[in-house]
Design a protein around this ligand. Structure first.
Ligand SMILES: [Fe+2]
Ligand SMILES: [Fe+2]
Length: 266
């Protein structure tokens, strides 16, 4: 059997999406979904209620008044933002296991960066940009879950040798997180835009939907812990009308925003 299929098949609980995400996605699919229906799901889950209230009161969104009711929180944030937050919270356990322990934080940082840049440049919808940034590395969940120790070794290797991550993954797993992610996106029946980002965030020029893939590819590099300005795509930066000399400042603004989110959602 193909190694990628074998890896994805070996992680049964990853293949089954967390039930709260399935519930939220199903509710959102209905043409006339009310805030109340979404509110019922959120309220059913106590930790989600607490996190959403903390978040809506945090500096990330910057509302001026203190909000203590979940229905007001939902109407202020809007349904799509709430859905994104639910996905980010629900996927935290599977993204914080052994292996790549930083995966969830990295995903939040890329999500916050994509949302921020989409808002600033208007190249795509900010809410869609957030979720695209958040899910880009789902293939790593499969590698982590199938062999956490081996994935730790992959990361140690990349950090010490500066070798390409996908190449090192291939050496250890005979597959990589783009391949496992693409298959997982299919099994999860993710929308085309998100599946594309998962498959092409390391090679955006090959995608049929280049804008979100380019954005995620750019922000992914920008939010690395050992970030190096030389690795950024300067041509893409030009299309955003952002000067290279402003990038470091941009990075620290995004980092700060992402840390608010991480603190409230942890
Ligand atoms: Fe990646
Ligand atoms: Fe990444």
């Amino acid at each position: 059997m193909d190694k990628t299929i074998e890896l994805v098949n070996s992680v049964k609980d990853v293949q089954a999406m967390p039930s709260v995400i399935v519930r939220v996605l199903n509710v959102m699919k209905k043409p006339t979904v009310s805030m109340k229906e979404l509110g019922d799901i959120v309220m059913y889950d106590q930790s989600l209620t607490i996190k959403i209230l903390a978040l809506v009161n945090s500096a990330y969104y910057g509302f001026s008044q203190q909000i203590s009711s979940i229905s007001i929180a939902l109407s202020l944030l809007g349904m799509i933002k709430v859905k994104n937050i639910i996905v980010a919270v629900a996927m935290k356990p599977m993204m914080s296991t052994a292996g790549d322990k930083e995966l969830w934080k990295h995903s939040i940082r890329v999500a916050a960066g994509c949302e921020y840049l989409a808002n600033l440049t208007k190249i795509m919808d900010p809410d869609e940009a957030f979720i695209a940034g958040f899910i880009h590395d789902i293939g790593k969940i499969v590698l982590n879950a199938s062999n956490p120790r081996m994935y730790e070794q992959v990361i140690a290797n990349v950090n010490s040798s500066q070798e390409d991550l996908l190449d090192v993954e291939k050496k250890f797993f005979d597959s990589d997180h783009v391949k496992t992610g693409s298959l997982l996106a299919k099994r999860w029946q993710l929308p085309i835009l998100l599946a594309n980002v998962v498959s092409y965030h390391h090679a955006p020029s090959l995608s049929s939907i280049p804008v979100p893939c380019n954005l995620v590819c750019f922000v992914d590099k920008l939010m690395q812990i050992n970030y190096n300005q030389n690795q950024l795509d300067k041509d893409f930066l030009k299309t955003l009308f952002i000067d290279l000399e402003d990038v470091d400042e941009l990075r620290s603004v995004i980092m700060q925003k992402a840390e608010f989110l991480i603190a409230e959602l942890t």
